[in-house]
Write a protein that binds this ligand. Structure first.
Ligand SMILES: Cc1cc2nc3c(=O)[nH]c(=O)nc-3n(C[C@H](O)[C@H](O)[C@H](O)COP(=O)(O)O)c2cc1C
Length: 376
């Protein structure tokens, strides 16, 4: 029997981490067709979460290279729907950012991209990864990974319609028998796509299993110049180092890990520069952050709508803060600003059920969405 392979130590102070750091420090900064981004750590789009208030607070903490909106319906943009206008809302502090669009009609996608460009949006991302049937059944999202001619035609039309950089975010393929991401990455580079973001799962996988870093590496190796941004299951600096080491990527994007720990981009940037990993927020830091983000939601939606719209976010915040189940429930059911604020005061007074109020908090991770992929 052969001996089990030794697990590589990817911890930030380890030897493998040092090698990754040396490589990163020799690389040029992350740039989309000459547009230099502040870091190589991007926020992955999370429908329902990566709205303007969340992008602002993540950016204020530091280290973020690029924020991206939730996926936005290209047709809705052209029709001027209220929802798409809210999803694409931005402010001077929200820079640099990209708007992610989805759709399957090339002229509609191109027109939506032109509209965004005319509004000063600096970059467009095309969604080719969404597994939800509502999106794929119309030929958009991950189903684009099964359609060679239509997909290449659509992406080319969008790239040619605008001067700003166009990127594509995709999965490895539809299922394990149809791994088309390396092919598309190579073709997209020829068409002038500025960067590829790749979530290392197939559509069939949904969020199950682990991210296939070998699959991501194949995408990295299939392009010659443009950056490939690796994505999936990065929850801390160690996970990021493993992603860089095993895929050879030049940048990463983080979704759920940023909800659990919005300090992750700052920690990564600091680690790249100094080799040291700073702390993530304490219980009190997180409570301050929650209040600030809620303030931004109020500015955007008004006090009444802010409470209901912030519930999803408050759920993850309070979980990561180890707030008692009772107080979490109180916050979820608060129906007035008075009740909401009073519950926050009670949370502040009670402190966490694990860890310390102004020191160490155990690392907490957002569980992988379970059940049919339609339900995430
Ligand atoms: C709730 C939720 C919403 C998502 N919304 C989008 C989306 O709008 N566009 C997109 O390209 N990917 C979306 N994704 C996928 C993420 O961007 C990311 O690829 C995936 O979560 C894996 O990365 P992570 O492990 O860092 O979260 C979503 C994922 C989740 C869990």
């Amino acid at each position: 029997m052969s001996a089990p392979a030794t697990e590589i130590d990817y911890s930030p102070q380890g030897e493998a981490a040092q090698q990754v750091r040396n490589r990163l420090r020799e690389l040029p900064p992350l740039a989309y067709r000459g547009w230099v981004l502040p870091s190589r750590y991007a926020l992955s789009p999370l429908a329902g979460y990566t709205n303007l208030p969340f992008r602002r607070i993540v950016r204020e903490l530091g280290g973020l290279g690029l924020g991206t909106t939730d996926l936005v319906n290209a047709r809705g943009l052209i029709d001027g729907s209220i929802k798409t206008n809210q999803l694409t809302e931005t402010c001077p502090e929200d820079a640099p950012f990209a708007v992610q669009i989805f759709g399957n009609v090339r002229q509609v996608m191109a027109e939506a991209a032109q509209l965004l460009e005319s509004r000063g949006v600096p970059s467009i991302d095309i969604n080719m990864g969404c597994p939800v049937q509502r999106i794929t059944k119309g030929g958009a999202g991950a189903s684009m990974m099964c359609e060679t001619d239509n997909t290449l035609g659509l992406v080319q039309t969008v790239v040619e319609a605008v001067k700003i950089p166009v990127t594509v975010k995709m999965r490895l393929g539809w299922d394990e028998t149809r791994i088309t991401a390396p092919f598309f990455a190579r073709e997209f580079e020829q068409l002038g796509v500025a960067a590829i973001a790749i979530h290392g799962r197939t559509r069939a996988q949904g969020f199950t299993g682990t991210v296939d870093r070998t699959g991501i590496r194949q995408v990295v190796e299939s392009v010659s110049q443009i950056p490939v941004i690796a994505n999936g299951d990065i929850r801390n600096v160690t996970d990021a180092i493993r992603m860089f080491a095993e895929t050879g990527c030049v940048a990463i994007s983080i979704g759920r890990g940023a909800l659990a720990n919005p300090w992750i981009f700052r920690q990564l940037s600091e680690w790249e520069q100094t080799g040291q990993v700073g702390p993530s927020g304490t219980f009190q830091d997180r409570l301050r952050l929650l209040r600030r983000q809620f303030g931004y939601v109020q500015q955007q939606k008004g006090a009444d709508r802010a409470i209901s719209s912030f519930r999803k976010m408050a759920h993850w915040y309070t979980k990561a803060m180890f707030v008692s189940a009772y107080l979490r429930q109180q916050l979820q059911t608060a129906s007035s600003l008075f009740e909401f604020e009073a519950t926050l005061d009670a949370i502040a007074a009670a402190g966490p059920t694990r860890g310390q109020i102004d020191g160490y908090l155990p690392e907490w991770q957002i569980p992988v969405p379970t059940g049919p992929i339609e339900h995430w």
